[in-house]
Design a protein around this ligand. Structure first.
Ligand SMILES: *Cc1c(COP(=O)(O)O)cnc(C)c1O
Length: 411
């Protein structure tokens, strides 16, 4: 092998084709800007899918990466390490939780949460209390268990027999939830804001009703904060602004700012059901990932950063309102903090992908949340100038797309 020349085309030759990446190949990033291999620059509204909460190349994260990288990367769970212990201390001090279990992704954090819930139910009540309730359009990861719990059949169909005992209910439907949650229910898993499903916030009364029904039937309430967590909503975890406290919380995505790490947080009482050897992982909580996540948590939990998320949220919504006034694209802008969805109106229904492609051609990295919703999940510390520049580019990109659309319609 002596020719290692690679281009976007190489993807189609050597990669398993589960993704269809953009035509350009990102090469480096700084803050909310990314440059591709041709040297073209992009404003980043996607943050690597709600991951790079502190932007690219953050100097304090680089410092920790280099320091911990030259000390110890990995040791295995026969030994503990100081970074993971400090990270756990920070997370429990910021939340309802007393205990943390670390994994490498959101799916694995949810897998741990669901297995814990099942174990607790079996210990307390027996095998029959196995029902896991989740919601249509929800997303909880791509392992066979988490994808079956997720509420998007297109992701779970076609893999043969799936884990049983899973019920899907409509999101934000209090009556349906009250009716379904019963003695057989082991756990309810819910995103405080559905991310992949279209940026749909939970009604606070819905979350309260879930809490009440779970308490009534000794079922556990799991909040999947993989996307909403680590400052994204303008609160360190989104539950902190809902008046409802879960029994188990899962977190990943922004936790490592791009270095893979996930965690499940819970109480002493529930954690005790995961006895020695009952669950595990090779990489989870390794010192390198933990050191980086510890710094991310320290930086994002700063009240000034969280306040900055809430004010940037207003600025971003203002830009979207202006864009909409000029081009007439959206029926609704919704979400919280810097997890914002803009739903395309009837004229552009099903065409989110075209908008993302047009944005890329004009130097903006964008994301969709299903075929009808443009999703904005930028860095939590995105410079306001970059945000404004991004929207100026989007106005051009979308203006051309809408113009082409109008031409096509009049032809
Ligand atoms: C992204 C996401 C996951 C899956 O996380 P991975 O790290 O891709 O496994 C789970 N739940 C929610 C709410 C997510 O947004």
């Amino acid at each position: 092998m002596n020719d290692l020349t690679v281009t976007r085309q190489t993807f189609d030759e050597v990669m398993v084709p589960v993704f269809s990446p953009a035509p350009f190949v990102p090469d480096r990033g700084l803050g909310s800007r990314v440059w591709d291999t041709q040297g073209r620059d992009y404003i980043d509204f996607a943050g690597g899918i709600a991951v790079t909460a502190l932007g690219h190349g953050h100097p304090e994260l680089l410092k920790v990466l280099h320091e911990q990288g030259s000390k110890l990367w990995h040791i295995g769970n026969g030994y503990t390490n100081e970074p993971v212990l400090r990270l756990a201390k920070r997370l429990v001090s910021l939340t309802f939780a007393d205990r943390a279990f670390f994994a490498n992704s959101g799916a694995e954090a949810n897998e741990a949460a669901l297995k814990l819930a099942r174990r607790v139910a079996v210990d307390r009540h027996g095998e029959q209390k196995a029902e896991i309730i989740s919601f249509t359009q929800s997303f909880h990861g791509r392992t066979l268990f988490t994808v079956s719990v997720g509420g998007q059949p297109k992701y779970s169909e076609g893999f043969g027999p799936v884990p049983g005992g899973i019920t899907h209910l409509p999101y934000n439907d209090i009556a349906a939830a009250r009716k379904a949650i019963g003695a057989q229910t082991c756990a309810v898993i819910v995103e405080p804001i559905q991310g992949e499903g279209g940026v749909i916030p939970a009604d606070p009364a819905f979350l309260k009703a879930l809490r009440e029904a779970c308490d009534q039937h000794d079922a556990l309430l799991i909040f999947d904060e993989v996307q909403t967590g680590v400052g994204r909503s303008g609160y360190f975890y989104a539950y902190q602004d809902t008046g409802v406290t879960p029994d188990i919380l899962t977190t990943a995505k922004a936790l490592g700012n791009g270095f893979p790490i996930g965690a499940m947080l819970t109480t002493h009482e529930l954690a005790a059901h995961f006895k020695l050897g009952v669950h595990g992982t090779t990489y989870g909580g390794n010192p390198l990932a933990s050191a980086i996540a510890e710094k991310v948590v320290e930086l994002v939990s700063d009240p000034k950063v969280l306040e900055g998320v809430r004010s940037r949220s207003e600025t971003l919504k203002g830009h979207l309102a202006k864009l909409n006034a000029r081009l007439g694209l959206f029926t609704e802008v919704r979400g919280k903090g810097l997890l914002i969805g803009a739903e395309l109106n009837d004229r552009f229904r099903g065409r989110a992908k075209d908008f993302v492609t047009a944005a890329g051609q004009h130097g903006v990295i964008m994301l969709m949340a299903g075929p009808d919703v443009l999703r904005f999940v930028p860095s939590l510390i995105m410079p306001l100038d970059d945000m404004a520049e991004g929207f100026a580019r989007l106005e051009k990109a979308f203006g051309e797309l809408v113009g082409a659309n109008a031409q096509a319609a009049s032809r």
